[in-house]
Design a protein around this ligand. Sequence first.
Ligand code: SF4
Length: 582
Amino acid sequence: TFFRHEPRRNQLVNELWKAQQRDGHITEQTMEALSRDLDISLIEIQGVVSFYHFFHTRPTARHVIYLNNSIISKIKGYERIREALERETGSRFNTKDRTDTFALFETPCIGLSDQEPAALIDFHPFTNLNVMKVREIIAALKDGKEAADICDQPADHIRYLPPNNHTIFFRPYTAGEGLGRAMVLSPGEVIKIVKTSELSGRGGAFYPTWIKWDGCRKQKATPKYVVCNADEGEPGTFKDRVLLDREPGSVLEGMIIAGYAIGAKYGIIYLRAEYRWLLRKLEATIQQFYDQGLLGRAIRGNPDFDFDIRIQLGAGSYVCGEETALLESMEGKRGEPRTKWYFPVERGYLQKPTIINNVETFAAVARMMEMGINNYLNRGIPGSPGTKLISLSGDVRKPGIYEIEWGMTIAELLGHAGAEDPAYIQLSGPSGECVSMNQKHRRISMRDLLSTQDIRCGGSFMVLNRHRDIMTILLNFSEFFLKESCGICTPCRAGNYIIHKKLQKMANGLATQADVEEMRQWCHIMKETSRCGLGKTAYNTPLMAINEFSDYFSEKLEGAGNGMNLKFNMDEAISDYEKYKV
Ligand code: SF4
């Protein structure tokens, strides 16, 4: 339910979802009707529909299947599952079968990397797929069963490290305990506690949480907003899914505490469409909070504190995890990042002061209030207090969520997870960094990347063994960025294409040192001139890999150099790029 003061046009994405569920796709008539009803131009609506992966303007089918094609899915049997789906449904990918029963699509990450191969069927999760399981699922759907009735409840696989570690995030939870302790303090004192905790953005940006909160508190404009970024789209990351599934109350409570601290009355959870199956549970938890007087008017008897929370569903776009793109999406627009004239704490949602924090960040706030700041500070290492949730997947015997104390080394974590012959580790998703086992001694912390001892990790650890081909990994990542770039700025749009092409050239044994140099130049341009983090970080991994795995790459570069096929053709690049966007 939208807040009463929100403009009607903000309901566009929700209305499109409703229409698609009713008609199977979004028709021209629907768009025209919405254009009249919400007073938005038809061309703008068409632009919004074309932006999001999960909106379809052509008829789909009774059951829509999205198979995950991330690198983890690829190493866990993606090809077999893809073939099995085509065989059993009689459909081909990117289209539907003749009876309009099944439509097949791919998608980059659905937050289930610990149980791949996995797929969403009608937005319900199906995990640990094998050929037999696919056969049974499709047979059941053909028999008239609903995906909701036969889907899996994803396992949560939570482990605490070191084993005697007392968890912060999965302690027994009593709703309202942390909030009660926060509300005996003044808003300024709450922010002071958040500052003492050194909590910083757990989505991976590590921006100090208290600075955002303090900045927003000082703004005069109202109303203010608290936004929970539950758009966990970085391939290999699924910690927020587990938190929302297991401990939704702590996330809501963190948002309410934030509202109290900054003087906001409204909270919005931006939930990625891939987690639509969590919607019912989240709505039920919100309702419980209203019933317990933890949301609504005069919370805990404080006549000056009202707070409401609603959920905004995304529609499939990685870049909407970027905070200003997320704001645009919440306003019913294409999720294109804003130019950074203002910080969201100055002008965010509806141009009003807004804080945007990650799911884990809010949960950490609720827990530190409940357990006491000293208790919280007892864990971790100086400069990085507390614990961190890591999504660990790939070539390990025990994939899942690891709650580690900051300061653990890469080697220790891999040892606990039962890593099998690890060689390549991708930290913080494709936009993060890759390391070889030469760096296994490094500690995982919140500290500066330049520190030689410590290494930052936003929450994802993808482990690949020595039998995996590095080029295949890099091509999977570069294709991901190529498809997910919103395309609004040239350096990102063209740069991602060029990096992808260079990597393909390298994989084919045709690249030379000149290509690597050209890549470096493009990376520099992308870093300096892209509008948002996607363009600024997409090159991180390939360049790091070239340095980190220099033996592998010198072999790749050796055989080339005959002068053929080495010059890049920009015209060809642009027309080829158009094909990708289709
Ligand atoms: Fe869009 Fe890329 Fe520019 Fe970000 S950097 S705004 S994703 S084109």
